[in-house]
Design a protein around this ligand. Structure first.
Ligand code: BGC
Length: 734
């Protein structure tokens, strides 16, 4: 493993804005995240985000209707663990900081920063900060500060604490992507000389979170004297306990700083072993790709009780909610890099089934489950149903992800315990929510009043993506019933799935209608999209993007304009089903009416461009996607990372350049390396095998690094890799 590629430092950035950098250099472990907040900012009462630690509040509607979401859910802001107070002998505070160096070592998970601090008399000292989070030691965070004299050479006094000092308040914002509610918690704390422990409790959800701060060297937490005559180092350990209803002995064993550090180092060593990636020709894009992967690993919940929020644990944008982003972008990534995480993300959905069954019934469907569009606790939290509940494609997204995970792992136990029920309950919802309609003598199954992935088009009939995904979801019932039967399982009986229901659902699969426009020779995004006037792009000034911040939804909905990949997203998922000439037409058509205002869009366009061997478009879309947060190109990285896109940039390489797709019995590749790269290499997991895929300008090589073997298809040829035949190279003719 080369070292430099794994180090992200300040040289990478043209714009070193503090608010963006706090997100970018955040550290996390799926349980909690610590934003890289300026450590000497006293008034900071945010900066630590605990996955799934949230409170609720009533949503006040001017005009409420039946079945509207009733409560907000919002992640709780916990003060930064990085803050430190430093005073000089005469009591003046070092309250100005200048960041000089910052290096995130992605190989070890250790963040090192150098600051020059200044007091009101203009005197300076130097401070180096080293911080890291435990990974298997998931409740722990360590931070060390070293001080050295600058123009100030006397003793300093340092204080480390954690103070909750805020009231509940509504934050004024017109941007739906920002957190709009800051909550109050009650704190019961116990202060000792060298430690402080407290339990914080949310007001409405009644969730307790134990927090511990302990000096690593048993020194006083307040006013500890540090002599600058010698370089002095002090360390602190934070415990962020599990979220619970009743706290009993939250921290039984407290690790020391070295143990937390070693745990971080060993986690990253193992993680990269299965997922290393290198792109020759562009150290910048190489580093950005590794960074995106690093942040994905940090962001995802790993306990089956939490998921992957739209911003990970790097910020509070979108209130810490989980969306379909997890299933359609996150799951394919984790299925091939850390399948245990993918499994637990799906178990989180399984744990939401009861609420989702109730939700389906609120929507008039008595059999099946409807998952919440945005949520933390499984209940719908979206107050705007046209771009919330109406995106019921989330059901099929979850079923698709179950199937994806199974194809990548053949985890039969998962299907038995969780997967089949998820597939069946979502399929039942489709059956109950759709309608038969007869058009030109043809009976077809349709979905009316629906919003697809494109949030600039709402409440239309027969969104192509939704119908295509529902069709697939319905088809999975028979597939998995057969698999369970083969495994001699009783599961289908337990789920009261009869042969008649299987036959009925399977007939519906054949009847689902897919809108197609004969004149244009393309799938229509929905029944009305292509009839609307095209958005006046030539009259739209640059500063009016994203459109959602400048136009009323009803203005946007009346035009042909898409926020993100919609029809093309379905095309990406069902690779090879649409003839290439049609795909060309669809790409050209939808590209012209898509603003890519959503960060979920560019990567998908890039993958389709790759399939069409449009090398410049592939390369440019990849660059936009892979650098999105590092260059803050959407202007809101300060609210948190665009996590779906992080996975999208990985998919651009794996599903785009290498054309990887999962089939039932083999892993398929198609060579599409853009001419801008001469060599690219990545590792991935498939059926418990570790593979390395290398692409050069004229060949593709698949190697079996670990494992007993698997079948793979390159272009049209199927190969078998095993202990005797560990490598296959196919020369590419262009
Ligand atoms: C996108 C959604 C996405 C959400 C969270 C929105 O801007 O349109 O598709 O789920 O962001 O990332």
């Amino acid at each position: 493993m080369k070292t430099k590629e794994y180090q992200l430092n300040l040289d990478f950035f043209d714009n070193k804005q503090e608010d963006t950098q706090k997100t970018i250099f955040s550290l996390a472990n799926g349980h909690f995240g610590v934003e890289a907040i300026n450590p000497i900012n006293e008034s900071i009462n945010y900066g630590t985000n605990v996955n799934g630690y949230f409170d609720t509040g009533e949503i006040t509607y001017g005009e409420k209707a039946f079945g509207y979401a009733s409560e907000h859910q919002t992640i709780v802001n916990i003060p930064s663990l990085r803050t430190i107070y430093i005073q000089s002998l005469n009591g003046t505070t070092f309250d100005k900081s200048m960041l000089k160096e910052r290096t995130l070592d992605m190989k070890t998970g250790i963040l090192t920063e150098k600051f020059v601090l200044e007091n009101s008399s203009g005197e300076t000292i130097q401070m180096e900060v080293t911080s890291f989070v435990g990974q298997s030691l998931k409740n722990w965070y360590g931070i060390e500060y070293s001080f050295a004299a600058g123009t100030y050479v006397d003793d300093i006094y340092i204080t480390k604490n954690i103070i909750f000092n805020r009231d509940i308040k509504q934050v004024e914002t017109d941007d739906p992507r920002k957190q709009s509610l800051v909550q109050k918690v009650t704190v019961i704390g116990e202060q000792e000389q060298d430690s402080y422990s407290c339990v914080i409790k949310t007001q409405n959800t009644n969730l307790s979170l134990p927090i511990l701060l302990k000096s690593a060297d048993e020194i006083n937490l307040s006013n500890y004297k540090v002599s600058l005559k010698k370089m002095s180092k002090v360390g602190y350990i934070f415990g962020i306990g599990d979220i619970q209803e009743n706290v009993k002995n939250p921290f039984l064993q407290i690790p020391n700083l070295d143990e937390i550090k070693a745990d971080s180092i060993s986690f990253w060593k193992n993680t990269w072993e299965n997922s290393a990636l290198s792109i020759d020709d562009s150290p910048k894009l190489n580093k950005a790709s590794l960074y995106n992967m690093f942040q994905l690993f940090q962001s995802a919940g790993r306990d089956g009780k939490t998921s992957l929020s739209a911003k990970g644990l790097s910020g509070t944008g979108y209130e810490g909610h989980y969306f379909w982003d997890t299933e359609m972008y996150g799951i394919p990534y984790f299925a091939h890099t850390s399948p245990g995480i993918a499994r637990n993300l799906l178990i989180y959905r399984f744990n939401c089934l009861d609420q989702s069954r109730k939700r389906a019934s609120e929507l008039g469907v008595d059999k099946g489950a409807l998952f919440a569009w945005r949520t933390i606790n499984g209940l719908e939290a979206s107050a705007y149903y046209p771009a919330g509940t109406a995106q019921y494609h989330i059901d099929a997204d979850i079923a698709f992800a179950v199937d994806y995970y199974y194809k990548a792992t053949k985890d039969n136990e998962f299907i038995e315990k969780y997967g089949m029920e998820l597939i069946l309950e979502t399929a039942r919802f489709w059956k109950g929510f759709g309608d038969y309609n007869t058009v030109d003598g043809q009976r077809q199954f349709e979905f009316h009043t629906v919003t697809g992935p494109d949030e600039y088009t709402a409440l239309v009939d027969n969104n192509y993506y939704t119908n295509r995904m529902a069709k697939y979801n319905l088809s999975l019932v028979k597939k998995y019933a057969d698999i369970l039967k083969k495994n001699n399982s009783n599961k289908t009986k337990e789920l009261k799935l009869t042969d008649e229901e299987i036959i009925d659902l399977d007939q519906t699969v054949k009847d689902v209608y897919l809108p197609y426009n004969t004149d244009k020779g393309i799938y229509a995004q929905d029944d009305s999209f292509l009839q609307k006037p095209v958005w006046p792009f030539d009259k739209t000034p640059k500063e009016n993007y994203p459109l959602l911040l400048h136009y009323h939804p009803l203005t946007i909905y009346r035009y042909q304009v898409a926020k993100q990949a919609d029809t093309l997203l379905a095309e990406y998922l069902f690779a090879g089903e649409t003839p290439v000439d049609q795909l060309e037409r669809e790409y050209d058509y939808y590209d012209k009416v898509t603003t890519h205002d959503s960060s979920l869009s560019k990567s998908i366009y890039g993958i389709i461009a790759a399939r069409l061997n449009r090398t410049d478009e592939t390369y440019n879309a990849f660059k936009d996607s892979v650098l999105m947060d590092l260059e803050n190109s959407h202007g809101n990285t300060d609210d948190g990372l665009h996590v779906a896109n992080l996975a999208g940039s990985w998919l651009s390489i794996v599903a785009g350049f290498a054309g990887m797709s999962l089939c039932d019995d083999y892993l398929s590749f198609e060579y599409h390396l853009p001419k801008q790269f001469s060599k690219l290499k990545f590792r991935m997991l498939y059926l418990n095998n570790l593979l390395e895929i290398s692409l050069s300008q004229n060949s593709i090589t698949i190697s079996l690094i670990k494992g007993t073997g698997f079948k793979t298809k390159i272009s049209d040829t199927i190969y078998e890799l095993n202990s005797e035949n560990k490598k296959i190279t196919q020369v590419v003719t262009k």
